[in-house]
Design a binder for this molecule. Structure first.
Ligand code: DLL
Length: 430
């Protein structure tokens, strides 16, 4: 793999500024954001008032912990535009979550917000090793989902040549990668695996493709999966994180030269980690729930938003801005099986450790005889594989590493439903 480290003088000065400088900027921007939200969003006026806090009470960054949290339900209660802090006609763009589990969450952006979003995504793409003129194959979905259009904004800001292919039509993805010779691909890790399968189906060696870097996010994936993808494509695989409530992709990004967790673009998004049970902030380095406060957003300022994502904060390395560890999972996706907490990423790691299994999987939960049961649905990598033996190897591995007994079903290639965006990992039949 080629060294793709961006030259230091191409970074935004704030990326490598001193901590003092970063914190001074955060404090000034946090004050403005709290005042803006309090003055213009009835939800925040009421929430701050009932907590007995006023934006003027913020004297230091630590004072933020006096302010109330915002949760997804608050956004649902204010559907569609009740959380907007500017008149509707100043909103230049609207995105929304799919809303498969209830009311969709709607977010808005002013022209300035779109400019900032483009800048943080451009920074992220640069951290992955892309620069002006490089060709990018953008396979995140275009539409209300922030992935496709968010990456596109940043690619424009960085001056890339973008192929806005979106997700789906997998044979065409392979065709265009082969014909256009992109340097980078932006895609969910699970859809990258579908594209990988399609390369193999077409008899094209993915290692011969032009791709030098894949920028994967929108769902959890493990370092074991990184090794799998890096080897299969002979390219770098880096992690990009974000959520629509905070802006979309580009909240944090892993640097290609270090691959040691994701630098949070702290001049725009202020992170905290809290104990999910008590809501109390925990120290850097400790595991907990990630909470964000936006620092520059106009249309949709967000104060102490509980992401439900579990991670820890680590000091800066390649950049001065703090890192978050790869997200282990969302508290929503945590399965409690007979008292043991399990995340799909732990199952992914176990699968990757077993020779003979393809990297696709789903988890099926059932409740026969009032006892929760987990069945891992996966696939043999090739027809010659001894399924009984690999199934046993996987259930042993899961027993040893996670501490639970599961059933394993090793199917044929194609038996596990393929993703074209975010993978559905859990099928709950309880
Ligand atoms: O998934 C934004 C995005 C698009 C990020 C493209 C990266 C690339 P939402 O649809 O609002 O936004 O979903 C946000 O997805 O709270 C996490 O649970 C999960 N997620 C996003 N990125 C990662 C990641 C986009 N790199 C939710 N690792 C978040 C783990 C991720 N989980």
């Amino acid at each position: 793999m080629k060294d793709l480290t961006p030259p230091r003088d191409t970074l935004d000065p704030i990326e490598i500024a001193s901590r003092d400088e970063i914190e001074a900027l955060q404090l000034a921007r946090m004050r403005t954001t709290l005042a803006h939200a309090y003055a213009n969003v009835p939800h925040y006026t009421a929430a701050f008032d009932s907590a007995g806090v006023h934006p003027d009470d913020l004297k230091s960054l630590a004072d933020l912990s006096k302010f109330p949290f915002t949760v997804k339900q608050d956004l649902r209660d204010n559907y569609p535009f009740g959380m907007f802090a500017v008149p509707r006609d100043q909103v230049a763009r609207i995105h929304a979550s799919s809303g498969t589990t209830g009311q969709p969450t709607v977010v808005g952006y002013t022209e300035n917000d779109l400019k900032h979003w483009g800048n943080v995504v451009a920074r992220s793409l640069r951290a992955a090793g892309l620069s002006r003129g490089d060709l990018l194959h953008n396979a995140y979905g275009y539409g209300l989902f922030t992935g496709g259009l968010g990456i596109h904004l940043g690619a424009d800001a960085l001056g890339l040549s973008t192929v806005p292919i979106s997700g789906g039509m997998t044979p065409r993805q392979v065709r265009l990668i082969t014909d256009f010779e992109p340097k980078g691909i932006t895609v969910t890790p699970s859809y990258a695996l579908s594209i990988l399968d399609e390369f193999n189906t077409q008899g094209i060696d993915p290692r011969d493709s032009s791709l030098q870097v894949g920028i994967f996010g929108a769902e959890p994936w493990t370092n074991a999966m990184r090794r799998e993808i890096e080897t299969a494509f002979d390219m770098h695989a880096v992690d990009i994180y974000g959520l629509s409530e905070v802006i979309g992709p580009g909240v944090s990004m892993e640097c290609v030269e270090t691959k040691d967790g994701l630098h949070i673009w702290e001049d725009h998004f202020y992170p905290e980690i809290i104990d999910p049970e008590t809501g109390a902030p925990v120290a850097d380095g400790e595991l907990g729930e990630l909470v964000f406060t936006s620092l520059t957003k106009e249309a949709f300022p967000i104060i102490r938003y509980r992401t439900r994502d579990l991670t820890r904060l680590l000091p800066g390395t390649a950049r001065s801005m703090r890192r978050m560890e790869k997200v282990t999972g969302r508290s929503d996706d945590m399965i409690i099986l007979r008292g043991v907490n399990v995340f799909p990423t732990q199952i992914e790691e176990a699968i990757m450790a077993i020779q003979g299994l393809a990297p696709h999987f789903q988890i099926e939960l059932t409740k026969p005889d009032r006892m929760d049961q987990m069945c891992v649905l996966c696939e043999a990598a090739d027809a010659g594989c001894d399924r009984t033996a690999v199934a046993k190897a996987l259930s042993d591995q899961i027993k040893q590493t996670v501490g639970i007994s599961v059933q394993v079903n090793v199917g044929d290639v194609g038996d596990v439903a393929r993703s074209q965006g975010k993978a559905v990992r859990i099928i709950d039949r309880r």
